[in-house]
Design a binder for this molecule. Structure first.
Ligand code: FES
Length: 99
């Protein structure tokens, strides 16, 4: 199962994931830079990403996640906190733009 990250330099990087890990952890395990000032507790908003596909497979963001996203710049309708997305089989082929 794979996720493709769209990097800030325009390149793409596709990596294998294990069900149960977060998108943020997957990025960090693979040397992909996503900021994280709160260690993945969903409060800093630094791990903002935009989801390019499979939106319908993701769980709805929690009220807390939406509150944090409200304070983040460049937020779009497909914005999420990568530390709050737990990967599973249904997200195979996910494409994620790093902001
Ligand atoms: S790492 Fe801080 S909100 Fe995700």
């Amino acid at each position: 199962m794979q996720v493709t990250f769209l990097l800030r330099n325009g390149e793409e990087k596709t990596v294998e994931f294990r069900p149960g890990q977060t998108l943020l952890n997957l990025a960090h395990e693979n040397g992909i830079e996503i900021q994280s000032n709160c260690e993945g507790f969903g409060v800093c908003g630094k791990c903002h990403v935009q989801i390019e596909n499979l939106q319908e497979k993701l769980l709805e963001p929690s009220e807390k996640e939406n509150d944090v996203l409200d304070r983040v710049i460049n937020v779009g309708i497909n914005s999420r906190l990568s530390c709050q997305i737990i990967l599973d089989e249904s997200l195979n082929g996910l494409r994620v733009k790093i902001m």
